[in-house]
Write a protein that binds this ligand. Sequence first.
Ligand code: SF4
Length: 280
Amino acid sequence: MRVVSVDKVRETVRDLYKEACVIANPELVQAFENARATEPSPVGKEILTMLIENVELAKRENLPMCQDTGIAIVFLEIGEEVRFDRPGLVDGVHAGVREAWKEAYLRASIVKDPLRRGNTGDNTPAMVHVDFVPGDKVKIRVGAKGTGAENMSKMKILSPSAGVEGVKQFLLETVKAAGPNACPPLVLGVGIGGNFEEVTLLAKRALYRDLGKPHPDAYYADLEKEWLDAVNRLGVGPQGLGGRATALALHIETKPCHIGALPVAVNIDCHAHRHKEAIL
Ligand code: SF4
């Protein structure tokens, strides 16, 4: 068994969360540039230029690229040949988020109780998802998810007879209803299959695939292209002010499901699309 230090996990979560909030991934900047090159709307072009300037400014000044530094979403893929040097792995993740909040002046955006509210004051707890995988490594993926886009995300259990067209219609209705509130241009994670709780997690995982990397199954890779094109013909455009660039990428993730159901979830991410990963 390989021993991994919980403190190393904490430090890595801290550094990834700080970096995610401040430094845009190069493929996101490239996607802004590609969208600007093909955007027919002058206002849309101007907004895409502002978004490029915003990420450059954030990097140069070491400041968050958006005031909503989000809820921290942490995916841990733990190799089955790994053991940790002490108990407290999940607490270590929360501590990493707390340290990032303090060191990078991130916004405290989490309340203690959904109805009675009351800010926790340090942006914890994080949402932590753990998977066990073969091997002796620990993969840590950290997302900073702003709530403007999260609030416009939706799930529904369709009848199986709705089929592929039913899923596409649900996707288009969801993006149209989101309009400017999700801060487009968007990244769209579409989960299909599983069950009530699993389908939303599929959609979330889909968001954090490398931007624009196609699904390994050609059938779904074709659907990703077709649906992204359909989304970009809705006319929502950058910041919802009209234009083509409503979404920069669309990723589908699927799972087997019950014969009587067709679960679907659309998790929307805004243009900030902040996530980083590391392998220990
Ligand atoms: S949805 Fe994204 S871009 Fe819009 S305010 Fe929230 S974090 Fe910022």
